[in-house]
Design a protein around this ligand. Sequence first.
Ligand code: GLU
Length: 309
Amino acid sequence: MGSVVGRFAPSPTGDLHLGNLRTALIAWLSARSQDGRFIVRMEDLDRMTSSAEHERHQLEALAAIGLNWDGDVVRQSERFDRYDAAIAELTERGSTYECFCTRREIRDAIRAPHEGHLAYPGTCRELTAAQRAAMVGEGRRPAIRLRAGGVTVEVVDELVGPVGAVVDDVVLRRNDGVPAYNLAVVVDDAAQGVTEVVRGDDLLATTPRQVLLQRLLGLPTPRYVHVPLVVGADGARLAKRHGAVTLTDVAARGIDPTAVRRLLDATLGSQQTTAPQSAHFHAENGGFDVRMVPREPWVIPLDLQRSDP
Ligand code: GLU
């Protein structure tokens, strides 16, 4: 095996839809065609919305379209000690601060921010020790934020090109002790030796934050490939209302996972060789280059969008 490690890191909060499966397929093809390892990580920090059943369905769907992975599936809910250690390291370096803003203001911090994310205005950034003690005295528990210092981080994405942003003071740990997505993903990608991150381009804006965290923690930056989303005919991100969007939905219309795989393969660029559905797919079979993936969103075929099967 080569030194490439790719990954797919879904949140087990529902069934994977064709867009998620296409992203997973691209990540897998890229890793395997470089003779690399491919791992699956369950990002189940949010215990309210994650479930073992969703996890099982997601893994079954990946296997059904011919994807395989190396080693055990890792669950973020079992790795809090690693995230706590990374936060402690950042704190020791003066790169964090306690934030006493309300739960509502920070409740979404542990989720991957697919819908965008508002920069924190810095309310708690310069609290004095006395002010912090007073808050704690009132029984308030702090969240931990990154002291980003207004730094601009530039990343070059393989498909999107250069991406630069001023990194804001993202939450690293919620005030109920749950680590945040941006922190966990950075710790895990490094701990698992991930060298390329292929994911939906709705997560592009998170990348400068994650790269800053990597730098502060002395961790390597993987190769980033943000693939366009899959959309319905209305141009909106694929959702249940678009019709048959999961393997179960399309099976009800007589389309089996092998046909789904063919459909997805056909969307990956005319130059691409489709890979066999084999656990032993290696570079010599492949010639897959992730940079050939079309840069426009894939619109799912109209026959899958009909509301009646
Ligand atoms: N867990 C995130 C999601 O469900 C993806 C995180 C990532 O790929 O970095 O969309």
